[in-house]
Design a protein around this ligand. Structure first.
Ligand SMILES: [Zn+2]
Length: 381
């Protein structure tokens, strides 16, 4: 694709979301316009096949930054925005199946902008355009770390044709001074020296969000024992408050073995998805049948997207924790003795060694607890 001429036009077909995003970015630069997502119908697992899910949208509508504001999921339409000018620009894409495969197709393109100019200077001032490339950001960070003058730093960047405000430079400086960023980068540099290990970083908006680490033994463990993968985060292991995810598999002796480590800024979609993508890039993940995670793993969505063929479950420990928090004298209006009996019963069900043993125990207990129906109604709901 020519990188100066945009291919955004009616009926244009894109064979991946990456190609579409690339074309859109070229279009934005060519016409000094800023396009934002307005509404979308997102492809979700498990009902979508893996080859389709990479398209992200079944349908999506994009509008101009100066158009109607995007609907916020929690608070409805934002009432005020300094940028809102009711521009009518609209771009609609649909995922369409052709005999040669699926494509994102531009279904509608109203490429007229109203109530504002398409001005190069204004365009360059918008926050999205002011975002620095990794090399320019590195230059600013290094200059700030040696106490460089912010005005002089701004001059250097402006000379390259890139817009940057003093506030942008100030913000980069504040982030630089957060201990976690420096420490994380140092950890990354040290790990990189480990020969043969896969060490990659997860970034969002040029911010270091986490580190993926897998040495050759870990790769070997995942390769030879891929069926069940345990993912859990441990907290309070470091003084920068970053959780360490440990990925475990079970070897032929029934012992747990480490398959990978993720040191991340939080249990967020961005961090989990970033790490999953790196895991996918370097390992054959098709043999992973079951993933056992934490019930609180904030973004189980990332796991569902990354491992559409795996069965994602929560572990026995967390199942029992849920039972213990839900079966109480207060919540169920039962005696303390009943609580113990019911929890013991549920534990036996949880530890049943086969489906037939489970069914047998279940029938027995269902009969025994016929009078305490409230508990069973809850558990079976
Ligand atoms: Zn517009």
């Amino acid at each position: 694709m020519d990188d100066t001429e945009s291919s955004i036009k009616i009926n244009a077909k894109f064979k991946s979301i990456v190609d579409f995003n690339l074309a859109l970015a070229i279009y934005e630069k060519q016409y000094f316009t800023n396009i934002v997502i307005h509404k979308s119908d997102i492809l979700k697992p498990p009902n979508t096949k893996e080859d389709i899910i990479q398209f992200k949208y079944k349908r999506a509508t994009f509008i101009c930054k100066y158009g109607l504001q995007k609907v916020s999921r929690s608070r409805g339409i934002r009432k005020t925005s300094s940028l809102r000018k009711n521009c009518i620009f609209k771009l609609v894409v649909h995922l369409v199946k052709y005999t040669s495969g699926h494509y994102l197709v531009i279904h509608k393109l109203d490429d007229i902008h109203t109530n504002h100019e398409l001005d190069e200077k204004l365009f360059k001032l918008l926050p999205k355009q002011r975002q620095l490339s990794p090399s320019k950001r590195q230059f600013v960070e290094q200059s700030l770390s040696i106490k460089g003058n912010k005005v002089k730093i701004q001059e250097v960047i402006l000379k390259t044709g890139k817009m940057i405000t003093l506030k942008d430079i100030h913000n980069i400086g504040s982030n630089l001074n957060k201990p976690s960023n420096n420490i994380l980068f140092n950890v990354y540099q040290q790990l990189k020296e480990d020969n043969g290990a896969i060490v990659e970083i997860i970034e969002e908006n040029n911010q270091l969000m986490g580190i993926f680490y897998q040495d050759s033994n870990m790769s070997h463990n995942l390769k030879f024992y891929p069926e069940v993968l345990f993912i859990d985060a441990t907290y309070k292991l470091n003084n920068i408050g970053m959780p360490l995810f440990i990925l475990l598999v079970i070897d032929s002796h029934g012992q747990s073995q480490i398959a990978a480590l993720w040191l991340v800024k939080g249990e967020t979609y961005c961090c989990v998805k970033g790490c999953c993508d790196i895991l996918k890039k370097h390992n054959d993940i098709n043999k992973i049948k079951v993933i056992i995670g934490d019930k609180d793993l904030a973004d189980r969505q990332a796991l569902f997207e990354s491992f559409p063929n795996a069965n994602i479950q929560i572990c026995i420990f967390h199942v029992m924790c849920s039972f213990r928090s839900e079966i109480t004298t207060l919540k169920r209006n039962i005696t303390g003795e009943d609580v113990v009996t019911v929890l013991t019963t549920l534990q036996k069900l949880v530890y049943a060694r086969s489906e037939s043993e489970y069914n047998m125990l279940f029938c027995t207990y269902k009969f025994e607890f016929a009078t305490g129906a409230k508990i069973f109604r809850y558990q079976l709901a």
